[in-house]
Design a protein around this ligand. Structure first.
Ligand code: ADP
Ligand code: GN1
Ligand code: MG
Length: 377
């Protein structure tokens, strides 16, 4: 922990309710949005770990409202988990550490927002799946998470980023970026641009059905990539859903679609060698099984019918966002190399292409597990 950090945490840590002594911190994880550190606190001769994050307030302009959502959600999850025999809320849900003046975040004099979570020990996140059972466990955990939040009391959650999964609006933003072509990058992304332009029509299916009431609005996570769920180191069980910044009203299809995007391929989101990007029907099958086992009870027939479509839709949507960010000059997602967002876009579109080819097989898998899990006998 000797690395020089981007932020001086000695000026931040004292504002939080820690009982021990701050020992050090190191950059942690591979999220694209916040600045995340693992913090070491020594308390009574023991080392305790926490996650401290500088919240990206360009992406999340309403931090107090967002943190209020997270407080409501984590309190509700805690109640639910405590009611389950053997449930351990301190590992199965995120736990906020409050500031000395009882706030779930600290606003520093430079205008940065900070928050702290208890570190979930003996569990890990991964950047891509490497076995069907990981896909199953991730889906089971996200399904359980959605299920526990269906009866969240009170007003609807604050819409943290309006239109976050409004694919047609994402498409319009892409068209604007293409028209402006501010950095002259469009020429280097011609085939990805053509791929996107050819798929405009299917972008409105879910938002239209939500608007007409054919699909129910629900409390959803909205960022269910594999990197946002922790699996137990000991037995691989999906233990804790993390990254709650985008929990807000949405459709279960947004969540399932993002799970398909990231849990059906044994390659990183930014893999440059597209021959390694292979959509796996076996992983998809386990993903559907895990999801329906935990969420099948509350889903409507229309939601289930659209599960495999949601994989194509959300993978396309995120690919489009990477492409838009590439055209706009990498202003949203963190990038670590030249062309990073374009590489990410390419893997996403490659996955969409393969899912289009395997559409019938995917539908058959959903139908099979729907029959077995949702309407047995
Ligand atoms: P971002 O919004 O930038 O993706 P995340 O909240 O997902 O930020 O955190 C980044 C990474 O930090 C996660 O992928 C995970 O590896 C790790 N992480 C976040 N919260 C915890 C936690 N409570 N316990 C352990 N690791 C965590
Ligand atoms: C971002 O925060 P992170 O890295 O878990 C993004 C998601 C994208 C994802 C692509 C708030 O997720 O929407 O799907 O990158 N989060 C936000 O990897 O935009
Ligand atoms: Mg994350």
């Amino acid at each position: 922990m000797t690395e020089v950090l981007k932020h001086d945490l000695t000026k931040i840590v004292p504002f939080f309710r820690f009982r021990g002594k701050f020992v050090g911190a190191e950059p942690w994880g591979s999220g694209h949005i916040n600045d995340t550190y693992r913090l070491k606190i020594e308390q009574g001769g023991r080392d305790l770990y926490y996650i401290i994050q500088r919240i990206n307030n360009k992406v999340f302009p309403h931090v107090p409202e967002m943190m209020h959502n997270i407080e409501r959600v984590t309190k509700h999850l805690r109640k639910k988990i405590e009611a389950i025999p053997g449930g351990d809320y301190s590992r199965e849900a995120l736990c906020l550490v409050y500031t000395l003046d009882d706030k779930p975040y600290y606003l520093d004099p430079e205008g940065n927002y900070w928050r702290v979570y208890v570190f979930v020990e003996n569990a890990s996140t991964m950047d891509y799946v490497s076995s069907p059972s990981q896909a199953y466990e991730a889906a089971r955990a996200f399904g359980k998470f959605q299920c526990m939040l269906q009866d969240l009391p009170g007003e609807p959650l604050f819409e943290v980023i309006p239109g976050f999964h409004h694919t047609p609006k994402r498409f319009e933003k892409f068209l604007k970026a293409l028209e402006a072509d501010a950095l002259g990058r469009a020429a280097s992304a011609r085939s990805e641009i053509d791929f996107a332009l050819a798929r405009r029509e299917s972008t409105s299916v879910v938002v239209d059905m939500l608007a007409s009431g054919q699909l129910p609005g629900r409390v959803t996570h909205n960022d269910t990539k594999i990197n946002n769920v922790m699996l137990n180191d000991s037995d691989g069980r999906g233990i804790c859903v993390i990254d709650l910044d985008t929990v807000m009203p949405g459709s279960v299809l947004y969540d399932f679609g993002d799970e398909v995007r990231t849990s059906t391929v044994n390659a990183a989101e930014d893999e440059k060698d597209l021959s390694k990007v292979r959509f796996s029907l076996e992983y998809f099958s386990e993903l559907v099984r895990g999801y329906l086992e935990s969420a099948g009870d509350f889903l409507t027939p229309d939601e289930i019918r659209l599960l495999s479509f949601s994989g194509r839709l959300i993978t396309f949507e995120i690919g489009l966002r990477f492409l838009t960010d590439y055209l706009e000059g990498d202003v949203y997602f963190k990038v670590h190399r030249e062309g990073h967002n374009l590489d990410r876009c390419r893997t996403q579109f490659e996955m969409v292409r393969q899912m289009e080819e395997l559409r019938d097989d995917m539908e058959a898998i959903v139908a099979k597990y729907q029959a077995e899990i949702c309407c047995p006998g």
